[in-house]
Design a protein. Structure first.
Length: 268
C-alpha cells in the first residue's frame, strides 16, 4: 500500500492562479476610484442619465488620501462634469442609437473628441517638492541653461505642415522636477491674428538644421495659420494641468483634423 505524497508542484500552480485572479480583481477594483460611477447615455432605453457602476467587481469603498499641500480627497466620488471653458464637448452622434460614434461640430480641433480629447483636471499649477512652480519658462527658471553643444532654439522659426512660418521661438519651458524641455513658447508671426504667444509641446516639434546651418522647428500636426487658435494660458509664466491637456489636445486633434484629407482612409 503506497503512501500519498504532497504534490508541491500542483499546489504551487493552484496558488499562482488564485493569486493572479485575486490581483486582477484587486487592480480592476482600484482603478474604479477615478471616473466612477459612470453617467449613462441620456438616449438609452431608460430615457434619462443614470449612474452606472459597471460589472463585477463593484466600486470600492471610499478611501481618503492626504495631498502634499495638506488637502484631502476622498475617492471614488461622483464626478460632476461642468461644461465651461475648461471642458466643452462640441460633437454630435452620427446615429440615433446609444454609443454611436461622435463627429465634431464647428472647429474639430477644439471639439474635445478623438485625438483632441482631454480630461478635466486641476486648474492650479503643479509645484515641486520645494514649493516652486514645476513647469515654467527659462526666463523664470534662471537656474536652467541650454547644454553646451546643444542648439539654443530661442529665435528659431517655427513652421507648420504647409511649410509656412507660424512664428518664432521666444522662450523654452522646462520641467524643474525632471530637468527636461516641455514646451517651446512661440511668438506668432505678423500674418497670424493677434500678437500673443502660444505653447508648442516638445513632443510635437521636430528640430531640424537646414543646409545653411540655421535651425528651425517643423510641426506636422497643424498648419501655420492654425497656431493662432492654440489655447491660451491664463498666466504667461505658468501653466496648469488643465491647460496642459487643452494645449496638447489641440495639436493632437490636428493629426486628424488639420485639413479634410486627413480624415479620409489612406490608400498606398
Amino acid at each position: 500500500m503506497g503512501i500519498a505524497r504532497f504534490d508541491w508542484g500542483l499546489w504551487a500552480v493552484i496558488f499562482f492562479f488564485v493569486f493572479l485572479a485575486s490581483l486582477v480583481v484587486y487592480l480592476r477594483k482600484e482603478d474604479k476610484r477615478e471616473g466612477y460611477p459612470l453617467i449613462s447615455d441620456p438616449n438609452d432605453k431608460y430615457g434619462a442619465p443614470r449612474l452606472v457602476s459597471g460589472t463585477l467587481p463593484r466600486v470600492p469603498m471610499a478611501k481618503t488620501f492626504l495631498l502634499k499641500d495638506g488637502r484631502t480627497i476622498k475617492v471614488p466620488r461622483q464626478e460632476k462634469v461642468e461644461w465651461d471653458r475648461n471642458y466643452k464637448l462640441e460633437a454630435q452622434p452620427t446615429a440615433p442609437w446609444p454609443g454611436s460614434p461622435l463627429e465634431p461640430i464647428g472647429n474639430p480641433m477644439k471639439s474635445a473628441i478623438g485625438p483632441g480629447a482631454y480630461a478635466k483636471r486641476e486648474d492650479t499649477p503643479e509645484t515641486t517638492w520645494h514649493g516652486k512652480l514645476k513647469i515654467v519658462p527659462m526666463r523664470v527658471a534662471t537656474e536652467f541653461t541650454v547644454c553646451e553643444g546643444d542648439p539654443d532654439l530661442r529665435g528659431a522659426p517655427v513652421k507648420g505642415l504647409c511649410g509656412g512660418q507660424g512664428g518664432r521661438v521666444s522662450d523654452i519651458w522646462v520641467d524643474r522636477s525632471e530637468n527636461r524641455i516641455m514646451y517651446y513658447e512661440v511668438e506668432l508671426s505678423p500674418h497670424t491674428s493677434g500678437k500673443n504667444r502660444v505653447l508648442l509641446p516638445q513632443c510635437f516639434a521636430k528640430e531640424t538644421r537646414r543646409l545653411d546651418g540655421v535651425w528651425e522647428i517643423r510641426v506636422n500636426s497643424i498648419t501655420a495659420e492654425q497656431f493662432r487658435d492654440v489655447p491660451r494660458l491664463s498666466n504667461a509664466d505658468q501653466i496648469t494641468p488643465q491647460e496642459e491637456d487643452m494645449v496638447c489636445a489641440y495639436y493632437g486633434g490636428g493629426t486628424l483634423y488639420a485639413y479634410p484629407g486627413r480624415e479620409e482612409p489612406f490608400l498606398p
